[in-house]
Design a protein around this ligand. Structure first.
Ligand SMILES: Nc1ncnc2c1ncn2[C@@H]1O[C@H](COP(=O)(O)OP(=O)(O)OP(=O)(O)O)[C@@H](O)[C@H]1O
Length: 350
């Protein structure tokens, strides 16, 4: 869950015997006899040589020291109920709201990682134990969760994937408190529910993501995802970083794919005829500053959350990205993957 460099760690007995690692690396611990320094090899191992890494307790101590040495950041992840509504985002209906939120809150979306009480904080869990997991053909498919900066093309790729084979791939039907339009049917476009019902679902943590637009609430529920999975289809949703915790569970076993922007220059070339959605009803051609914003947001997202990515796709050419997505989605179901050990051996808390 963290980066470690023995050459900048004054406490290591011998820096040359240490092993550097980055967030998301898979380490096999081969010796835990010392309470402070363990020995590990990085997988896939190209050398039999093990290196020294700090034990969990030592790494937690180092992370705490680092945390205390950093400037104070207000606790933006402890929100009132109303604040949670205002700042949460439901991607398709709240694109503008998301963009405004990103500008207004700056780095607050990374709060769960900094907050010491979050189970996603590297302070609480500097290492995550993982096991090799192969999806069983008789079990529900793994959820496919696409994540990327606004405007990179997450929805375009998701839509195209579902279009390729709607009998296999499906999105989750969202819930909303807005009244149905004449052509809409509950359970098809949306699940139409009352504000009270919505509030109850929020209180019971039934939403992966939710937000408000023009006085109406919208959300993607865990049950809507489970309905798709129970029908034998592969559920494909797009999420924001704060939803990672709700989808990386033993129940949904999300395979997280990061949609990464190519360079600004490449985006200028590939998005020449594309339009960015600027509010609920209108769109306009991309501007240079949009590309810069997408690149910056993508870099930030990758820097803070790369340890949770199962796969990364650079959305340069749409056709190629789509093929890569299809391959990755198939691989998620058909090939063994590293997953958190708690999904397979649930702890008392989970
Ligand atoms: N590789 C690509 N080449 C050209 N155009 C693209 C590519 N990927 C996406 N687009 C176009 O860029 C625009 C934005 O894509 P999309 O709506 O999927 O963004 P998004 O990541 O879902 O962000 P948001 O949720 O903010 O809309 C769309 O018009 C889409 O067709």
């Amino acid at each position: 869950m963290v980066d470690y460099n023995p050459h900048v760690d004054p406490s290591i007995p011998c820096a040359d015997a240490g092993m550097a690692f980055r967030k998301g690396d898979i380490l096999e611990i081969v010796d835990q006899s010392d309470s402070l320094w363990w020995q590990a090899v990085k997988l896939p191992s190209i050398t039999a040589c093990a290196g020294l890494i700090p034990s969990t307790s030592l790494l937690k101590r180092k992370q705490k020291e680092l945390w205390w040495s950093q400037p104070y950041h207000p606790h933006t992840c402890v929100k009132t109920y109303e604040e949670a509504f205002e700042s949460a985002g439901f991607r398709r209906s709240l694109r503008l709201c998301r963009r405004r939120r990103g500008q207004a809150f700056g780095t607050s979306q990374f709060c769960t990682l900094r907050c010491p009480t979050s189970c996603y904080s590297s302070l609480a869990n500097p290492y995550e134990e993982v096991v090799r997991y192969q999806h069983h053909p008789e079990h529900p498919h793994r959820l496919i969760a696409l994540l990327g900066p606004s405007g990179v093309g997450v929805n375009e790729l998701r839509r195209r994937l579902i279009e390729i084979n709607p009998k296999v791939y499906q999105g989750a039907v969202p819930h909303t408190t807005r009244p149905p339009k004449c052509h809409e049917e509950s359970g098809r476009e949306y699940h139409f529910i009352s504000r009270e019902q919505f509030d109850t679902m929020v209180c019971n943590h039934r939403f992966i993501d939710f937000g408000e637009l023009r006085g109406h609430l919208y959300g993607t529920s865990v049950d809507a995802v489970k309905d798709v999975l129970a029908s034998g289809k592969i559920c494909v949703i797009d999420i924001e970083p704060h939803a990672l915790e709700s989808v990386r569970t033993a129940e949904l076993r999300a395979y997280v794919i990061f949609i990464k922007p190519p360079t600004v220059e490449q985006m200028k070339h590939t998005r020449m005829n594309s339009h960015i959605i600027t509010n609920y009803y209108t769109s306009r051609p991309f501007k240079d500053e949009d590309f810069q914003e997408i690149e910056d947001a993508g870099r930030n997202m990758e820097q803070h959350y790369c340890q949770f990515f199962d796969h990364v796709i650079v959305n340069d050419g749409l056709q190629a990205a789509c093929v890569q997505l299809l391959t990755a989605v198939r691989r998620a179901q058909d090939e063994p993957q590293w997953v958190p050990a708690t999904w397979i051996r649930p702890t008392n808390q989970s």
